[in-house]
Design a protein around this ligand. Structure first.
Ligand code: HEM
Length: 146
C-alpha cells in the first residue's frame, strides 16, 4: 500500500508539475520567438515531456487500481478515478491526434498548420492541468471531508 501510494504521488507530481511548467513558464517564455524557432523548440520540449506522461499514466492507473484491490474505497477515490480516467483519455487524444498532426506539419514545413495543431495541444494541456490540480486536491484531502 505504501509503495503503491508512493508511486502514485510521484507520478501525479511529475504529470501535473510538468503541465504547470509547460503552461506557465515554457509557453510564455517561447511566445515572442519566430514560429520557425518557437515551434521546433516546443516540439523538442514536449517530445521530452510526453514519454514521462505515459509512464505517469501507467503508474497512476496501476497503483490506483492496486490500492483499491487492497481495500481503499471512498467517495473521493471514486471521483479521483473518474476524473483521472478523463485526464488519461484527453491525453491519449492529444497524443494521437493534434500532437501527431503537429509533428507531421512541422516535418512538411507548414508552420501555420503546425501552429494551429499546437494550439489544440495547448487547449488539452490546459484542460488537464485544471483537472489535475482538482484531482490532487480531492485525492489528498478526501480523508478529511468524508
Ligand atoms: C486513474 C485512476 C486513479 C485511481 C484508481 C486512483 C486511486 C487512488 C487511491 C486508491 C488513493 C489512496 C487514497 C487513500 O487511501 O486515502 C489515491 C490517492 C491519491 N491520488 Fe489517485 N487515483 C487515480 C488517479 C489519480 C490522478 C490522475 C491523480 C493526480 C493527477 C491522483 C492523485 C492522487 C493524490 C494526490 C492522492 C493522495 C495521496 C495522499 O495524500 O495520501 N490520482 N488515489
Amino acid at each position: 500500500m505504501i509503495f503503491g501510494l508512493l508511486l502514485h504521488i510521484l507520478a501525479a507530481t511529475i504529470w501535473v508539475g510538468g503541465m504547470f511548467f509547460a503552461h506557465f513558464m515554457l509557453r510564455p517564455a517561447a511566445a515572442p520567438l519566430e514560429p520557425g524557432v518557437r515551434l521546433p523548440l516546443m516540439r523538442r520540449a514536449l517530445a521530452r515531456f510526453f514519454p514521462w506522461v505515459w509512464v505517469s499514466i501507467a503508474l497512476l492507473a496501476l497503483s490506483g487500481a492496486g490500492m483499491i484491490k487492497l481495500g481503499a474505497d471512498s467517495l473521493s477515490i471514486q471521483i479521483m478515478m473518474g476524473l483521472g480516467i478523463v485526464m488519461m483519455l484527453a491525453f491519449g487524444h492529444l497524443y494521437f491526434a493534434p500532437w501527431r498532426r503537429f509533428q507531421r506539419a512541422l516535418d512538411g514545413g507548414d508552420l501555420p498548420a503546425a501552429a494551429a495543431q499546437l494550439t489544440q495541444v495547448r487547449a488539452i494541456v490546459t484542460f488537464n492541468l485544471v483537472l489535475g490540480l482538482v484531482v490532487v486536491a480531492i485525492g489528498a484531502t478526501g480523508r478529511y471531508w468524508q
